[in-house]
Design a protein around this ligand. Structure first.
Ligand code: GLU
Length: 546
């Protein structure tokens, strides 16, 4: 039996999208389950779309998720290089083979000529099919065309016959004769197209199984026709269901623009902003902003869109694996969530360790219909994972999150960080630690008193909150020892002697030390802050009183 070899083949156009992560994960699980080899191949032949550094980002995202590869960039392997841009000789040889056997041909049409042919077809109410010449141009003809300044491409002569592609998930899918047109396999710049490079490399790298997104299903007949023409083996195909948002739209990078655009439009509609204001906030040219508003996503980059988000009251949704990392998700929770998109482990299990996923994985449990990306479910899963993780794991995860999100909490020493994590038990994401406890580690002057909280917690009942703080100040100042239990005990005693509830003391204290009625348990909060700073912050707060 030949051993299983599968690959994940991303194009280096940015961070790893969750849909890509799902494809990578399924291939990886399939290989690990069957003692196969998992290959990472970087598909970087579309030189205009490649983004500098994206290759490294993709690898980092995969490693963060705990997905490793047996062959690929960094680790090498018997079929190196694993970057397509370094494999041009192989594509050249395959191109030659097809040209010499009459299975591919040169074409010299300019973009305008192709456009005119397309328009003519539309006028005839026909589908445009590239008209294959009856005599294929020779190498000399191609040379001459090139010398005349014409773009010379190579097209594959697709056999005029129906084709049935077998898919492990969808069954047999048949495409009629003439449905696939003579596609370009080598561009005028000499670089192979995706379709051609993928076919050559799957053969050269002895790939036995291709698990990829369903959006590639229409490409598969092209690939199988080429495999036959070149005398290659056809791998086993399994096209994975798409990843949809909960509302049934396709989950894409565009969603980030959409959310911010909707919020900006609200601001414009309510006349809170003018278009000039908005363009200023984005630091964007007004005309480009206008086009962006009209759905031209490419007119603004993500940093410009991000500048608009908070002032417009929008929260940019996480789409890439890196977004979830910055938002404070644990990789093990994200991985567990992703594996359930379109795959059923059976036995009604939802929570799976990496080992359990490997043991349970099989292609026949992958569904046909799109999987939904349910953000609430992910958040609740992450909450459970945070609660179940060991303190050592949480500390490690916290360090990683603080570093990638540029959190000021990155500078905490291990002992303090561990206490902050412990104090924030019940957190949904690691970012909650910053939201809940971040202010405790900032300078006292950084505390900003939220006017609504001041009104509700301190001002009401004739300033009962302030009065309570004034009463607390000397007691706190005199308190020894300064431990969470002792501080909680002190507050409890005061509740009894004053005949008030816990909230009547804890909430004014929270507003005094954090500026808002949100913090970890009150004893833990004050101990994390330290006695001196607690006293100082209460004094600052009392000074607010008119
Ligand atoms: N480079 C392709 C992509 O990123 C790979 C598709 C495939 O797996 O064949 O979608």
């Amino acid at each position: 039996m030949t051993s299983i070899r599968a690959r994940f083949a991303p194009s280096p156009t940015g961070h790893l999208h969750v849909g890509g992560a799902r494809s990578a994960l399924f291939n990886w699980l399939f290989c690990r389950r069957n003692n196969g080899a998992f290959i990472l191949r970087i598909e970087d032949t579309d030189i205009q779309r490649n983004i500098e550094g994206a290759d490294a980002k993709l690898r980092e995202d995969l490693r963060w998720l705990g997905i490793d590869w047996d062959e690929g960039p960094d680790v090498g392997g018997p079929y190196a290089s694993y970057n397509q841009s370094e494999r041009l000789d192989l594509y050249k040889a395959a191109e030659r083979q097809l040209l010499e056997t009459g299975k591919a041909y040169y074409a010299f049409d300019t973009a305008d000529e192709l456009d005119a042919m397309r328009k003519e077809a539309i006028a005839r109410k026909d589908n445009f099919r590239y008209p294959r010449p009856s005599n294929f141009p020779s190498d000399a003809d191609a040379e001459k065309a090139r010398a005349d300044g014409r773009p010379v491409v190579v097209r594959f002569a697709v056999p005029n016959e129906p084709i049935t592609v077998h898919d492990e998930i969808l069954g047999d899918v048949t495409f009629g004769a003439g449905e696939v047109e003579d596609l370009v396999i080598v561009k005028s710049n000499g670089w192979p197209t995706y379709h051609f490079a993928v076919v050559v490399d799957d053969e050269q790298m002895k790939v036995t199984h291709v698990l990829r997104a369903q959006e590639h299903l229409m490409n598969t007949p092209k690939h199988v026709f080429m495999q036959r023409a070149l005398g290659y083996a056809t791998p086993v195909y399994a096209h994975l269901p798409l990843v949809f948002n909960i509302d049934g739209t396709k989950m894409s990078k565009r969603d980030k623009h959409k959310v911010v655009r909707t919020a900006v439009k609200e601001k414009l509609k309510s006349k809170a902003w003018t278009k000039e204001d908005a363009a200023n906030v984005a630091q964007c040219d007004p005309a480009a902003f206008d086009r962006w508003l009209d759905k031209a996503d490419t007119e603004m980059d993500m940093s410009q869109v991000s500048r608009l988000a908070e002032p417009a009251g929008a929260v940019i949704p996480e789409i890439d694996v890196h977004d979830f990392r910055v938002s404070g998700y644990l990789p093990e929770a994200l991985l567990n969530f992703i594996v359930l998109i379109g795959w059923l482990p059976g036995e009604f299990r939802e929570k799976l360790t990496r080992e359990e996923m490997i043991a349970a994985f099989s292609i026949d449990r992958i569904g046909k219909t799109p999987g939904r990306f349910d953000r609430d479910k992910l958040l609740s899963m992450n909450t459970d994972y945070c609660a179940a993780a060991t303190p050592a794991r949480m500390l490690e995860a916290f360090r990683d999150w603080a570093a990638v999100s540029n959190s000021p909490l990155a500078s905490l020493d291990d002992a303090t960080a561990a206490r902050a994590i412990e104090a924030c038990k019940g957190m949904r994401t690691l970012r909650d630690i910053e939201t809940k406890a971040g202010i405790l580690f900032a300078p006292d002057e950084a505390v900003q008193f939220d006017p609504a909280a001041v009104k509700k917690v301190l001002d009401k009942k004739d300033g009962a909150g302030y009065a309570m703080l004034a009463k607390l100040l000397p007691v706190i100042d005199a308190q020894e020892p300064w431990t969470a239990e002792a501080v909680d005990g002190l507050i409890k005693k005061l509740c009894e002697s004053e005949g008030v509830g816990m909230g009547d003391i804890a909430q004014p204290l929270r507003v005094a030390v954090a500026g808002k009625p949100v913090s970890p348990g009150i004893g833990e909060t004050l101990v994390l802050l330290g006695k001196g700073k607690t006293v100082n912050r209460i004094r600052r707060c009392l000074a607010l009183q008119a």
